[in-house]
Design a protein around this ligand. Structure first.
Ligand code: MN
Length: 265
């Protein structure tokens, strides 16, 4: 088996080395990731400038590694579009420094790297550790990643579906188990910070406290990790709200002529 490993924290982040090492028992491992930290870059595709790719030394023996000049999804795309010659069986992303739960998924470069893989019809799993500290310990999350790949769950993922995994910041023996859960509800505690540059012009930062969220609503990723479980959430790239679709159809919009505004609305 040939596993492609990427991330959004950058090729020198400890989480990607832990994940690559955890994948090595399955066979061949190739790492391709942004040279720099691209967290919260979302699913950005580089279209208006060239991409650079450098072969780089990597702290895990037996792993080929490449650093790209741009985004996580660019990294996965170039690999799957032919930069990596050997056929790839599975794409894993992470282990991210910090959780990717609830609405985080729309910001996440870690999850976007996995989405890029499913766009190109490769099974993909995103791994995140619920610990944003500099000295986070990735060993338990790496053991969990190895276990999840060994279980072969990725073989059952339908098209355009990735598996999103969040691991609580606990030693392996203190993790209670696994919960298959939906996305929970995040709360962002962002504030707009306005400062003045040396030339008297205002500039802005989006700052504030770390995101929180609803940890008590049972059956969500936030709830599971808060209670010491690994969360597993299948995520679909189809963002359609089907219930709302039926409601809109019920409003009769499909029978209107273009430009027609009914008298009673
Ligand atoms: Mn990150």
């Amino acid at each position: 088996m040939h596993i492609l490993v990427s991330n959004d924290d950058g090729i020198y982040a400890p989480g990607i080395a832990a994940l690559a090492a955890a994948m090595l028992p399955f066979g061949q491992v190739t790492v391709i990731a942004p040279k720099e930290n691209r967290s919260a870059i979302g699913h950005r595709k580089t279209m208006h400038k060239p991409l650079r790719i450098d072969s780089v030394p990597f702290p895990v023996e037996g792993v080929r590694a490449y650093a790209t000049s741009e985004t996580p999804s660019d990294s996965v795309a170039v690999a799957l579009l032919g930069f990596v010659k050997d056929p790839i069986d599975l794409v894993v992303s992470g282990i991210n420094r910090g959780a990717n739960m609830g609405q985080d998924l729309t910001y996440s470069g870690t999850v976007s790297a996995a989405f890029e893989a499913v766009i190109w019809h490769k099974p993909a799993i995103a791994f995140s550790l619920v610990d944003h500290s500099e000295n986070a310990d990735y060993s338990a999350a790496a053991a969990i990643a190895r276990q999840i790949v060994a279980l072969g769950l990725y073989r059952d993922l339908p098209s355009l579906t990735l598996l999103n995994v969040n691991v609580p910041a606990l030693p392996l023996e203190q993790i209670k188990g696994f919960k298959v859960v939906r996305q929970g509800l995040r709360t962002y505690n962002d504030t707009l910070i306005t400062r003045t540059d040396p030339y008297g012009r205002p500039y802005y930062w989006i700052g504030g406290e770390a995101p929180s969220g609803n940890m008590t609503e049972e059956g969500t990723d936030l709830w599971a990790t808060h209670n010491g479980y690994v969360s597993l959430t299948p995520i679909h790239l189809d963002m359609t709200n089907y219930a709302m679709m039926r409601q809109l159809q019920g409003r009769g919009i499909e029978s209107l002529k273009p430009g027609e505004i009914p008298s009673q609305t």
